[in-house]
Design a protein around this ligand. Sequence first.
Ligand code: ZN
Length: 383
Amino acid sequence: MKKSFVFLLIVGCVVFFLTQIIGWSCSVSGAGNNFVTDNIPVTDSIKLVFVGDVMGHGNQIKGAWRDGGDSCYNYAPGFEGMKDYISSADLAIANLEVTFAGEPYTGYPAFSSPHSMAVALQDMGIDMLVTANNHMMDRGRKGLESTIDVLDSLGIPHTGTFKDSVAWKAGHPLIMEKNNFRLAFLNYTYGTNMAMAKLPNRINYTDTVRIAADLAKARALNPDYIITYIHWGEEYHHKENATQRRLAAFLAKNGCNLIVGAHPHVVQPIVKIPGNAIDSVGSVDSVLVAYSLGNFISNQRWRYSDGGIALEVTLTRTEGVVSLLSHNYEPFWVHRYPEKNVQVYRIIPVNTYLSNPERYSISDENKKLMMQFYNDTKDIIKQ
Ligand SMILES: [Zn+2]
């Protein structure tokens, strides 16, 4: 009698604890990933990664041919080192600073790269390209339009240049939706080298009257966050100039939530400036400005231009308001070395290198150059 009572007591305790554990598990799994209790609202998040100028100098075209076994142009090996990082983003965005105008393939001053470069960018994890920059008219109307055709054929969303006003109205701002976020992208350039675009083609040139109207249009599309990627500044200057500061303040005052810059071919500071969220788009506290991300890939082999940074931005939504949770940067360096007398290019994320240097085959001289870039970048950004 006594024994059976103890046995029943043990069984009862086991059943009680089991029901508690099962009940607890069910309430967690049934609640969804981010839901904690009724009192705390659902919080979404999204990780954005931006990189700078994707260049295509003459030697890079030769290098891609070598990487294609001298039978096709293959850019994938050059991007391979960045693939894990770029593809870890929910949205990765780059500035395409070459045209896909077809043959002859040429470097500076009139860039036309094989369109396999776009395939490799997409394969690395780039989800969207901006195209308003000073090289988009390098091969005239044909170059502008065939670049758009290549991106459309691959299904890569893009903004900044347009074949006509119908496309301009539809893709400017470009709305991207991911992880329950609705993001509006605007893209501008100070100018184009060879000629201005002529109608029906359109390029978004920097014009504050136009920009204010565009930002109003962006807000009316009811996005969570407005992002402007802008081509500006002075080449090879490590500090932003007064025009960049004025324009950044103008964008922020008119409701832009995040500003990303390119063109100087060197890294410039990342700062926060006062924000002004109009119509409740984004949070009101401040606007992050990355003045220049430097080169993503190029044949510019001198100090400061032989690498760049990826800007990483995490946005969250709390109680319906979208704000910047955190930002960071990832420095990378373009390793160039000869392979059968042709230069090939490999992007190396420097922090990844530092965590496992044995994995990389790189000369002492190149290591020195890479670390110089790394330290220069830290000094410029100071964060
Ligand atoms: Zn440029």
